[in-house]
Write a protein that binds this ligand. Sequence first.
Ligand code: VG1
Ligand code: CO
Length: 541
Amino acid sequence: MTIQTRSTQPFSDQKPGTSGLRKKVSVFQQANYLENFVQSIFDSIEITPNAVLTLGGDGRYYNKTAIQIIIKMAAANGFARVLVGQNGILSTPAASHIIRKYKSLGGIILSASHNPAGPTEDFGIKYNTPNGGPAPEKITEAIFEKSKTIAQYKIASFSDVDIEKMGVTHLENFTVEVIDPVTDYADLMASMFDFAAIKTLLQSRFQLKFDAMYAVTGPYAKEILVNRLGAPQSCLMNCEVSETFGGGHPDPNLIYAHDLVQALYATKAVDFGAASDGDGDRNMILGNGFFVTPSDSLAVIAANATLIPAYKQGLAGVARSMPTSSAVDRVAKKLNIPCYETPTGWKFFGNLMDAGAVTLCGEESFGTGSNHVREKDGLWAVLCWLNIIAAKKMSVEEIVNNHWLEYGRNAYMRHDYEAVPTEIANGVMAHVKAQFATLPNQKFGKYAVKIVDDFSYTDPIDGSVSTGQGVRILFEGGSRIVFRLSGTGTEGATVRQYFEAIYDIGDPVDTLEEIANLIEIAEEICELKQRSGRTAPTVIT
Ligand code: VG1
Ligand code: CO
């Protein structure tokens, strides 16, 4: 095998965001763009003899091209072995599991998650560490620094490896092993859940629909739900992986998962619905005509975790990202376990899970997971719900209503304004921050501002500090508004506004009115609509 060292020049925009580097496909297609980033990753880690790299992605356009380049660069940079999912497929949680199970030095996941796919859409690349989780900021910053001064990269020349067939290819001392992307993950799920009880449930009159949104979870859902749990094939919706995700937007929410929403709201026939995103780490849970907010889903799973075999000993602790509602905090309080509040992005949960401080984690953005891997996990969340339903013999709606009766309720909403011109978005955030001195004690109708800050987090395990993680406006009584700029968009800036109102047990509940009040106050404070000329958010969840 010949190894070439090729000259290159830095690109200025290779800063990883919330979840890796995400750009339009055309950006990645520029000569040396992908190569520069991959070399910057390899230059930021120590590649030991016998090092194994796990490699795979969500199946989107450009995945296969990128995989061939990365295999050749891994060979040139001293990896001994690359494990690649057949056809380049690995869902994000499955990749995390493979990294852990086969003791990889790390993994490269090719995904832009829920962003649309295709030649004119998005591509992404993310590096995960040996614990299976997204690289922490210390490493992503090192990668970015390397990318700014890169002058050359190393690549081996051999013909493309056939990734359609499972098996091993030897190239001198370097091996490429094409693995089944599904089996290891399905085995892990079978070891954690009461498959017998779920099987009985799915073979009763209980009807399930799962929508893979033409993205990576299709084959996983087929193996787990149909082959192993005996659900009928007809429960699968949009389960063929396509390079363009069927031209859709594989973001499991009430707007984009319309086929599923239709199935759950149009008739009484279907009891349970779930959808997952492009790379399989997000989930949306629906009962018949009933939407479970991701924050409530986390709280319900935490409250009922001991019904699931993997958690029957109880939870060490829980964690949620700052904008996520505090529904899970109430559960933690009752269970008398710690509850951590971290910045947005799964990379902040890794240290807590590695240290054994938390078992379950979640985000408001349809992400829930546990310490079985180091990524959020869409199908895992679906199985949690099915296991809980099988054990409690109640509908989704009954489970959630009972939960609110027992713990109180958090009303929650998120507004996203996508593709806002960057200067306007930055202006909005600056305008909010300029009011930090005057906002405390200010009153908006019945809402008195208590605390205003820009969230900063000190990792309790390694002491690292992350600042500027989102502006929080906390009101007396516990309601709050959060403003953040997204770190995953690829066009202009995405401004996110989060609204939360708290109801204690016995409080009269009018979630719509409370949230509407907070939405108005938010505009008064941030002037986003006024400054951008927008009249409504792009997405409401
Ligand atoms: C969004 C979500 C965040 C999530 C991230 C990655 O980030 O808000 O909760 O962790 O996407 O999810 P941002 O910076 O755009 O708000 V995924 O499914 O893309 O890996
Ligand atoms: Co995702």
